[in-house]
Design a binder for this molecule. Structure first.
Ligand code: ADP
Length: 402
């Protein structure tokens, strides 16, 4: 059975075609600059690697072109569009309504629309992708996988902000958390790697990429996470500030007359690693700069690691122990330096990293980098959100045809 996974942004479509249940990737690609005078489609498949530069006026044209490309040439991964048995869509905000993956119907679309105000940048292009896929493949089941769903198990003490309750009851202002698909995937993989049932594990998963978040997971359920109503809260990120004293915003608005848009730009685009270093939001570059003696880059890395360490301590307290600390995401999977500096000083809490194993951990595979005798294991687990979306979609599509 072939499953197409779509992740639609405002001007892009990221996609992967899977053969299930093996989860073999048959094709993957990216449509960029939709709606601009010149678009670009890159696709990799056994039939070859293609780059097309042509106008892609909207997502509908983009998706049709992608499917054409997957059916053309020797070794094409699809004979026709009818071979796609189901489509899995990444949807950023599922609000309180979606606690798990669902088959999409008109009612689900209406509910996702209701969440647009909670994710004005992300949900509209996700919805667009769903509508377009339904029109191109009207008889194919469509499935929605929500970034927020995994965190819906958080108890009120973790998801409530200490604001007037009416803001939650009437305005739905609360912690939702994101990266749920990644936290769910790596926690399940970690349990399997450890040969233990996830129902008996206390885990902390650190998803460290351009966006970054940590989750505390008890018995397979998220009990707390660092991102909040929006993906701005918590860790220091590439260009996002993470936690700041909310009073700073009031101060900047009052004393410097900063507008809402200026504050938005400041917190989302000009802060984080970029803001602290003044040079880059890219971890590879910052590590190089710091090694060459750039003090601001060094300071940015120090703030980044310290914030993560602080949350690990907090979540160990929330969980009342820790069986494994898991690193994932572009930084978590690839940066021995960051893993080492995050874990520095955690020995007293029973989290001991083996510096040698950590430095030589093979990229792209699951591995244990904890020191002999460490109470908690320290694991590196590559994430694969698309694969989990494909697995969920396969499970729902096969259940719906039984
Ligand atoms: P996104 O959130 O955009 O999906 P990724 O998970 O791809 O981000 O992570 C991107 C980050 O990973 C960048 O800061 C990049 O510098 C960092 N990264 C990738 N490879 C390495 C590496 N070998 N060492 C350190 N950082 C790395």
């Amino acid at each position: 059975m072939k499953i197409l996974v779509l992740n639609c942004g405002s001007s892009s479509i990221k996609y992967q075609l899977f053969r299930m249940p093996e989860a073999d990737v048959l094709a993957r690609g990216l449509v960029q600059r939709i709606g601009e005078p010149m678009g670009q489609i890159d696709q990799q498949s056994p039939a070859g690697n293609f780059r097309l530069s042509e106008p892609v006026p909207d997502h509908g044209v983009g998706l049709k072109r992608v499917i054409e490309m997957m059916t053309e040439g020797d070794g094409a991964p699809l004979r026709s569009v009818d071979e796609i048995a189901a489509v899995g869509h990444r949807v950023v905000h599922g609000g309180e309504r979606f606690t798990q993956t669902v088959l999409i119907d008109d009612e689900v679309i209406a509910a996702v629309e209701e969440n647009v105000e909670l994710a004005p940048l992300h949900n509209p292009p996700n919805l667009q992708g769903i509508r377009v896929a339904r029109s191109v493949m009207p008889h194919t089941p469509q499935v929605g996988v929500f970034d927020t769903a995994f965190h819906q198990t958080m108890p009120p003490r973790a998801y409530l902000y200490a604001l007037p309750m009416s803001l939650y009851r009437e305005g739905r202002i609360r912690r939702y958390g994101f990266h749920g698909t990644s936290h769910r995937y790596v926690s399940a993989r970690a349990a399997e790697y450890m040969g233990r049932s996830i129902e008996h594990l206390k885990l902390i998963t650190c998803h460290l990429g351009n966006g970054a978040s940590i989750a505390a997971i008890e018995n397979g359920q998220s009990i707390d996470t660092t991102m909040g109503l929006t993906p701005l809260e918590g860790l220091v990120m590439g260009t996002r500030s993470g936690d700041v004293d909310p009073g700073i915003l009031l101060y900047l608005a009052r004393s410097r007359g900063l507008s809402i848009d200026a504050l938005d730009k400041l917190l989302n685009k000009q802060s984080g690693l970029l803001g602290l270093s003044g040079k880059s939001n890219d971890m590879r570059e910052l590590e190089k700069l710091a090694a060459d003696g750039d003090q601001d880059a060094g300071l940015a890395l120090d703030v980044f690691c310290y914030r993560i360490r602080k949350y690990i301590g907090a979540y160990m307290a929330a969980l009342g122990g820790l069986d494994a600390l898991i690193f994932t995401g572009g930084i978590g999977e690839n940066s021995p330096y960051i893993r080492e500096h995050v874990c520095k000083g955690l020995d007293g809490l029973g989290v001991c990293l083996d510096v040698g194993l950590n430095a030589t951990a093979p990229r792209g595979s699951e591995c244990d980098v904890s020191a002999y005798g460490s109470r908690s294991r320290v694991l590196v687990v590559p994430t694969d959100e698309e694969k989990l979306i494909a697995m969920d979609t396969y499970a729902l599509a096969t259940a719906s045809t039984k």
